[in-house]
Each structure stands twice: as structure tokens, then as C-alpha cells.
Design a protein. Structure first.
Length: 413
């Protein structure tokens, strides 16, 4: 049986070495009954000629937005509407980045914007480029928009490296394309179940801030960033696009998360209030210094006196300022307390206009600052949830789930 009988498949080819496999791909899609049209980027033409693809597809190949003859024959909007399915193979890091940025700089990227058809990409690039955070963020963005990613495969690469990044074999691409038509409902359900936070932008502050006294000294605290980074990992694993604004920490940035490094509360405030514009969820886990020096000495201060006074002024309250924004994200604060935990936490929840606050007792040994474990009691205006002592990775998963439940409820009300 020809599974693709009568299906119109638009094959987008971008400029990677794997482009040499595309004539065979076109043939095999046609063997399954598909009508195949090819769109090439400028880069693709350095690897394979339009004439070859025209011959195997038996259709004119399109490669320019500005070609009057091609636009007369089948304009780009017509082409976008014609397709039942778009497969981009090979999909280079460059074309993936352009699509994720919403660009319409050539015919292929324009078609991706203009089509209502499902789109699959078959990445093909060097393994380091594949693992790069920028590429992974772009892939996360595309999957959150409903794009399907075929592969990539692992093995030896054209550049001599070994690892993930090879375009899948033609057989595999044809099988996966056929599955797009035979199992679309099941696939949609699987995707939804697998990634409950897909499409959500999470912004998380983590770690301490440092308030400079002079070029060599600063005021700070014991935050390690472990709690904030664990929340980032948990949210990312559930499909969220995660940005961490972090003070100075000695931690590896969680895979596929973007980290913005800052030092002072003022820097963290500037980044958080800018990035929160596009966030769905804001989690303020950083231990922000409440005060900074009113004047930072330009030179190292000398020990010329037995005593010394530092004049401190209040830092802006980051989480309160985010919560005061017109289009504020769902805003979660933390409360680090040593006594009367519920009383002080509920006070901060109300005073800072937060949706939720996670309180920890930082006077109890074995939890809180710079420990691998923690325990939280999470408060909303009318709910309370105890998350007992466990490691921060597990605790973060429970917290992220509680945030997600409350965030979804907030969207209904
Ligand atoms: O980093 P770890 O070593 O893993 O430790 C985790 C932690 C103990 C730091 C973490 O669990 C925690 O409690 N973080 C919040 C620490 C804190 O500063 O709490 P606070 O009660 O002083 O502040 C209340 C809230 O206001 C917090 O969300 C804080 O980020 C925010 N804040 C405070 C001051 C300020 N100028 N701007 C803020 O946004």
C-alpha cells in the first residue's frame, strides 16, 4: 500500500552536506505515492543542483522569493497552502535558528510562517553545534510550537567528529513521514503527555548577589544557587523554555537552559524586569542582598582606622517589582526565615503581591543555604502545601508541579 498516496509533500533543503541524500529521499517519498515539490535555500545549491531535484521530483524546484517567473507559476503563499506536510531535510543549525526567530528572509523560512501544514525538521550538523545551548533552545521553541523533530542520528560525521547530529537515513525519514499521516492523533497525545510545560517561558533567579565595597571586597550571603538551578532543571525537563538569572555560583548550567550571569542586585533587577515581560512564570529563588553600598570605593580601602562604617542603601525589590508589572507573569517568591516562618512568609506573599511563596526555615541544619537538601512550605492566598525534607532535585519537581497546577487554575479564573 502506498501510504502517501495523494499527499502533497514540500521538501525544504538547506545547506548541509547531507543534502546529497535528498534525490533519493524524493524518490522514496514518490514511491509511497507522494507528490513532492522541492524548495532549496541558497546554501543547499552549493551541495546539490536544482536540476537534479527537478528531474527526480518531476516538478519545478523553487529557490527564491523574488523570482517573478516562479511566483507566476506557483506563488509562495500558494505553495504554502498546497503542502499537506513540510519536511526540512537536512535542517542546518542556521535554518533552525531562523525559523525559531520567526524570520522570513528567504523562500523556505517564509513558507514555514505562511503554512498551516505540519512541519518536521531533520537536523544535520556537527555534534557540538547540535549540543550548543542556542540550538537546543531553538529546538525547544520549535517543538513547543508543534514542530516535529526527526532525529538527529549519532555516528561519525563528515567533519570527523563522532556524536549526535547526523541526518537520519532516508529510510528512517520516509518511515517517520508516513507515520505523520497514519498516527497523527496518537502522536499529538504523546507529545502533550510528554511535555506538560511545552510552550511556557520560565524565568528563575538563583544564587546570591554581591554588593561591592571596593574593587576587592563585597557583601554577600551563603546561597549556592542549588535550589534555583534544581527548579530550572525540573521545569526544563517538563518542556518549559527556561532562563536563569544567576548571581555568582559554582554550578554547571542545566542542559538546555539559558543562563544570564549577574553580580549585583541592581544588575539582577534590570535583567529580571526586562525578561519578565515575556515570561509566563517568574520564580524568585535568589538570595538578593537587601542593601548595597551608597558609594563603592574606586581603590582598595586601607586599614587606617580601627573601626569602619559602611553606609548602606536599600536595593530595589526584584520580585515585588515584577509582581507589580501590568502584564505580570505568575509570580512565585521564596521566603528564607529563621523564626515565625508562616507569619513572615504570608506577610511577604501579601506585601509583595505574589501568587505564591515557598518558605524555608534556614535556621535548621541540613537544609536551606548551600545544602543538597531542603524542605518547603508553600503558601498561596488560600492554600498551603508542605513539601517535606528531601534532596533539592526531588523537591524542585514537587514545587514545579504545584506551581503548574496553580498557574493553570489562575488561567481559568
Ligand atoms: O541557593 P541555595 O544554596 O540552594 O539556597 C536556597 C535558598 C535558601 C537561597 C532559597 O531556598 C531561598 O530561600 N531563596 C530566597 C532567599 C531570600 O532572599 O529570601 P527573603 O525572604 O530575604 O526574600 C523574599 C523574596 O524576595 C525572595 O523571593 C527573594 O528572591 C526576593 N527579593 C528579596 C530582596 C530583593 N531586593 N529582591 C527580591 O526579589
Amino acid at each position: 500500500m502506498q501510504i502517501l498516496q495523494g499527499k502533497k509533500i514540500l521538501l525544504g533543503i538547506s545547506g548541509g552536506i547531507a543534502a546529497y541524500k535528498t534525490p533519493e529521499l524524493v524518490r522514496r517519498l514518490k514511491d509511497q505515492g507522494a507528490d513532492v515539490r522541492v524548495v532549496m535555500t541558497e546554501g543547499a545549491k552549493a551541495f546539490i543542483t536544482p536540476l537534479t531535484l527537478q528531474a527526480v521530483s518531476a516538478n519545478a524546484v523553487s529557490d527564491s522569493l523574488l523570482d517573478t517567473q516562479a511566483e507566476l507559476a506557483m506563488g509562495h503563499i500558494e505553495l504554502a497552502k498546497w503542502a499537506d506536510f513540510i519536511l526540512i531535510a537536512p535542517a542546518t543549525a542556521d535554518i533552525i535558528a531562523k525559523i525559531a526567530a520567526g524570520m522570513a528572509s528567504d523562500l523556505l523560512t517564509t513558507l514555514c510562517l505562511a503554512t498551516a501544514a505540519p512541519i518536521a525538521i531533520a537536523p544535520a550538523m556537527n555534534q557540538q553545534m547540535w549540543h550548543n545551548r542556542a540550538t537546543q533552545n531553538n529546538i525547544n521553541t520549535l517543538t513547543s510550537w508543534g514542530y516535529t523533530v526527526f532525529g538527529p542520528g549519532a555516528g561519525e560525521q563528515a567533519c570527523g567528529d563522532v556524536g549526535l547530529g547526523r541526518m537520519l537515513e532516508v529510510d528512517e525519514l520516509v518511515t517517520l513521514t508516513c507515520q505523520e499521516f497514519t498516527q497523527p492523533i496518537q502522536k499529538t497525545q504523546e507529545k502533550e503527555q510528554a511535555k506538560p510545560l511545552a510552550g511556557q517561558q520560565w524565568l528563575i533567579t538563583a544564587g546570591p548577589t554581591r554588593e561591592a565595597i571596593d574593587p576587592v571586597r563585597y557583601i554577600s550571603n551563603h546561597s549556592s544557587g542549588k535550589m534555583g538551578f534544581a527548579i530550572a532543571t525540573a521545569a526544563q525537563e517538563l518542556g518549559a523554555n527556561v532562563t536563569i538569572i544567576s548571581g555568582p555560583v559554582n554550578l554547571t548550567t542545566p542542559e538546555f537552559c539559558q543562563k544570564i550571569a549577574v553580580n549585583s542586585a541592581i544588575e539582577m533587577h534590570q535583567q529580571a524586569t526586562t525578561l519578565a515581560e515575556n515570561a509566563d512564570i517568574f520564580v524568585a529563588c535568589a538570595a538578593v542582598a537587601d542593601y548595597r553600598l551608597d558609594t563603592i570605593a574606586n581603590e582598595k580601602i586601607k586599614k587606617s582606622h580601627d573601626t569602619m562604617r559602611l553606609n548602606l542603601i536599600k536595593n530595589p525589590d526584584i520580585v515585588a517589582d515584577v509582581a507589580a508589572m501590568t502584564n505580570k507573569p505568575f509570580t512565585v517568591g521564596f521566603a528564607a526565615e529563621t523564626q515565625d516562618v508562616e507569619h513572615y512568609a504570608r506577610g511577604k506573599l501579601a506585601r509583595k503581591n505574589l501568587d505564591m511563596i515557598a518558605a524555608n526555615n534556614v535556621a535548621t541544619s541540613g537544609q536551606g543555604f548551600n545544602s543538597d537538601d531542603n524542605a518547603l512550605t508553600v503558601y498561596t492566598a488560600n492554600d498551603e502545601k508542605v513539601l517535606p525534607l528531601t534532596n533539592k532535585a526531588e523537591l524542585a519537581k514537587q514545587l514545579v508541579q504545584f506551581i503548574q497546577d496553580n498557574y493553570q487554575n489562575s488561567l481559568k479564573s
